[in-house]
Every structure is written in structure tokens, then in C-alpha cells.
Design a protein around this ligand. Structure first.
Ligand code: PLP
Length: 434
């Protein structure tokens, strides 16, 4: 069997970790992020895979065969990635050669389902092998929480505890977080998202919670990034592209990092566009070479409201600065431009984009007007527009249809407990629900 990568820390002060260790720890012991020790080449003939799951199995085998038995890996991929991933061409001359890759047909209607569902199966597998259990603690302002909750629901090895800022997520997002799921509890924190994040960090180092074996599932976990490589290959397979530009609506840069890992292992992407909202840390870095830390600002594309992207450290460790500049093009799109983008794409091509995808479409439009539009451009659609009905209504003046899966949520029972924004309140809630 071919060798598969081990993982080293971006800070480099410790030995190599197995995939299992990197997955279960999330962060390296020295506080760094795990990066692979080498990049497996794409298996020959990947373009000829018969379906997305077939492609997924082939690619992931080059990363995980050995640590995960082939039959198990195949079952995880087929079970986790069982929803469609359509590549939709925009039907308009102004958008000729632009394709939207819809990553929002999973159960919680955002691309986070890919990473969360695969990670859930892999973590559950390793914990079961070890006869261990764990509790995943997630601070969420939207899509991560529901994808993780849905991915792990019913796992005998893993409980999930979600913290979200009460009154600061949209009604649809809240409903997706609090719908009752086995093994999952949601805590509505009387505070802001920053309070939720701080409480989670404090809980991880609170020794009185050791018995819960707290672990994280945020986008720094390598177990979420590897499955996210798969849909990049899928877009090229479906489109039959020999080369293409790929545009990624970005926040913590996890999705973009996955794309770059795919290109390092052979994906023929000529350029990646990092599409950011007003949180423009990364575009400023590529333009000016400065990486100042800054607070996040709230925007209409709230899943991308990140001050300092957590995967920036990983990108810096994988590429020298000049190489990042060569592979990437970045831009920042304001809220007013996001609304204008939703309108433009609808008026031009009849396509309804959610605010995150709209940031990506605007970035792609700018890139093409600067660099020409000869190369096909793939824009990742990261969320379903029905997750953001208020914003779509504001932009287009009509209400968007809810997919059945979302509609059904309003009939289900819910469970959320309100807590104060401090560690003692969280500690109490965690111990009581254990
Ligand atoms: C999380 C998220 C993003 C940003 O992805 P990163 O990997 O953090 O860059 C973009 N769009 C949507 C809808 C998201 O949920």
C-alpha cells in the first residue's frame, strides 16, 4: 500500500502526528495547526470516476488508506456525501464561462455539511476503536453549529454542545441549531458571539471539565479540510475542464486551504480567487504584505465575519509569500455591493444567490473584467439562499421558496437552554447535561 501523509505542526516544535491524533486533537500541542508532511498525487484517471462518491473514495484513499481500512472509508464516503453537487452554468452572455458549484444540498444547506459529516464518521470510528467517548464543544454564529450537530447526531461516542449568541443569528439559522437531536444540546448565550468563543476557550482549559473530554470541530481541524478537497475535483470532473479559475467565498480560509491542498496534489486550477466581505484581512495581506490583527465587523454574509482567519497560519506554512501571491487573487466586497450582486446575477441570469455566494460572484466578475474571461470560472456556492430569506427579500423584493427539509424543521420539537455569558454558567450547564 502506498504511503500516506503524517502531520506536523505549523509551529514545528514537536514530532509528527498520525491522522488519528491530528483529528482527535484538532490543534497541535504547541498551539500550531496540523499540515501534511507531503501531498499525495491524485490517482491517475480521477476524471473518469463514475460519480462524486466514487471520486471521493479514490482521492481520500491516497490520504487515509492504512489509518482507515478501505471498506470503512468507502462506507463513510458513500454515507456522508450522499447528496447532489451540481455544477450550474450561468445562462447569460455577460457570465459566459461562469459556473456555480452548489455545495448547499446537504442536510443543513451549507458546504459545511461535507466536512462535518465526514469528520463525524472518522472521529466516531477512531473513538470506538479506542473505546473512548468525547464531547464536542462549538461556538457558532450559524452554519458550523448546525452542520456539526447534524453530522454527529446519534453518535454513541460523541456528544455535541453548541453555544450561540441569543438573538444574533437569523430565525432560520436558530431553528437549525435548536431542533432536538439525540446527543446534542444547544445553549443560547445571553451575549455576543465573542462571548461564546471566549467561554469555549476557557472551558477547554478548565480542569473540572476533564471528565467530559472536550474537543473541537472548527475549521482548523484537518478532518474537515480533507473532505472539502473532494468537491474541487468534482467540479473539474463534471465540467470536463482542463483548467479553470476557482472562486471561494472566504472567512476563516478553511475552504480555500482545502482547494490549495487539492491543487498541490494535482487539481489543474490556474488561479484561486479569495472573495471576502468587509473583513478584508487577507486581501490587505496579499496587497500590502501586512498582517495586522483586527476585530471582526458584522456583515450580511455573517459566516465570513472573521477578523483574523484561523487558517492563515496554515497557508503561510504551506507556501512562501511569493507563491501565495502567484496562486491567489483576492478582493473585498461591501454589504451594498453584496446586495447589488444578488440583484445583478438574478437580473442577468435568473440565478438566486445567497449573500455569501453573491460575494463570490462579485469577486469573480471583478477578476474577469481585470484578467479576461477566457478561462472557465467556478464559483463555489457555499449556502442555500433560503437560509437567508430576509436578505434575499431585501435584494429581490420577493420571498424565496423554502426547501422541504427546512420547512419540516418548523414542525419539529426544539431544545435550547439560556445561559449567562460566563464560564461558571457554561460549566454548570455542561456538567448537568453530561
Ligand atoms: C463558513 C462559511 C464560509 C467561510 O468558509 P471558511 O472556510 O471559513 O473560509 C463561507 N460561506 C458560508 C455560507 C459559510 O458557512
Amino acid at each position: 500500500m502506498a504511503e500516506v501523509p503524517l502531520y506536523r505542526s505549523t509551529r514545528g516544535s514537536e514530532g509528527k502526528a498520525s491522522f488519528e491524533e491530528a483529528l482527535l486533537h484538532g490543534l497541535a500541542m504547541d498551539g500550531g495547526l496540523y499540515v501534511p508532511t507531503f501531498l499525495p498525487r491524485m490517482p491517475e484517471g480521477w476524471e473518469e470516476a463514475d460519480s462524486f462518491p466514487d471520486l471521493g473514495v479514490r482521492v481520500l484513499e491516497s490520504w487515509l488508506a492504512g489509518p482507515v481500512p478501505s471498506s470503512a472509508l468507502e462506507a463513510f464516503v458513500r454515507d456522508a456525501l450522499s447528496f447532489p453537487v451540481p455544477l450550474v452554468p450561468l445562462q447569460d452572455t455577460a457570465w459566459d464561462g461562469v459556473f456555480v458549484l452548489e455545495l448547499f444540498h446537504g442536510p443543513t444547506l451549507s458546504f459545511k455539511d461535507f466536512g462535518a459529516r465526514m469528520m463525524a464518521r472518522l472521529m466516531t470510528y477512531f473513538l470506538r476503536e479506542r473505546s473512548e467517548r468525547a464531547t464536542i464543544l462549538v461556538a457558532t454564529s450559524g452554519d458550523t453549529g448546525s452542520a456539526v450537530a447534524d453530522g454527529f447526531a446519534g453518535s454513541a461516542e460523541v456528544d455535541v454542545r453548541l453555544l450561540y449568541p441569543k438573538g444574533q443569528v437569523s430565525p432560520t439559522q436558530e431553528r437549525q441549531l435548536i431542533v432536538a437531536r439525540p446527543g446534542v444540546r444547544a445553549f443560547a448565550v445571553r451575549g455576543a458571539f465573542d462571548d461564546c468563543q471566549r467561554m469555549v476557550k476557557e472551558a477547554f482549559v478548565d480542569r473540572s471539565l476533564d471528565g467530559l473530554r472536550l474537543t473541537s470541530a472548527n475549521s482548523i481541524n484537518i478532518g474537515r479540510l480533507l473532505p472539502q478537497m473532494l468537491y474541487y475535483f468534482e467540479a473539474f470532473r463534471q465540467g470536463g475542464f482542463g483548467e479553470a479559475v476557482v472562486c471561494v467565498p472566504s472567512g476563516n480560509l478553511g475552504n480555500l486551504t482545502a482547494g490549495l491542498l487539492a491543487s498541490l496534489s494535482g487539481l489543474p486550477a490556474t488561479r484561486f480567487i479569495a472573495a471576502h466581505n468587509a473583513n478584508d484581512f487577507f486581501p490587505s495581506y496579499l496587497r500590502e504584505g501586512t498582517a495586522d490583527s483586527r476585530p471582526s465587523v458584522r456583515t450580511l454574509s455573517n459566516a465570513m465575519d472573521v477578523g483574523v482567519p484561523s487558517n492563515f497560519e496554515r497557508l503561510q506554512s504551506l507556501f512562501p509569500p511569493r507563491e501565495l501571491e502567484r496562486r491567489l487573487w483576492a478582493t473585498s466586497v461591501s454589504d451594498a455591493e453584496t446586495i447589488a450582486s444578488i440583484r445583478r446575477v438574478y437580473e442577468d441570469a435568473g440565478y438566486v444567490a445567497d449573500p455569501h455566494t453573491a460575494v463570490g460572484l462579485e469577486a469573480a466578475r471583478r477578476f474577469r473584467s481585470e484578467n479576461g474571461g477566457e478561462t472557465p470560472t467556478i464559483v463555489l456556492a457555499t449556502a442555500h439562499p433560503a437560509k437567508f430569506p430576509e436578505i434575499v427579500q431585501l435584494a429581490l423584493g420577493f420571498e424565496i421558496d423554502q426547501p422541504g427539509s427546512l420547512e419540516a424543521l418548523w414542525a419539529e420539537s426544539t431544545f435550547a437552554e439560556e445561559i449567562d455569558p460566563n464560564l461558571p454558567a457554561l460549566r454548570h450547564a455542561l456538567l448537568q447535561s453530561a
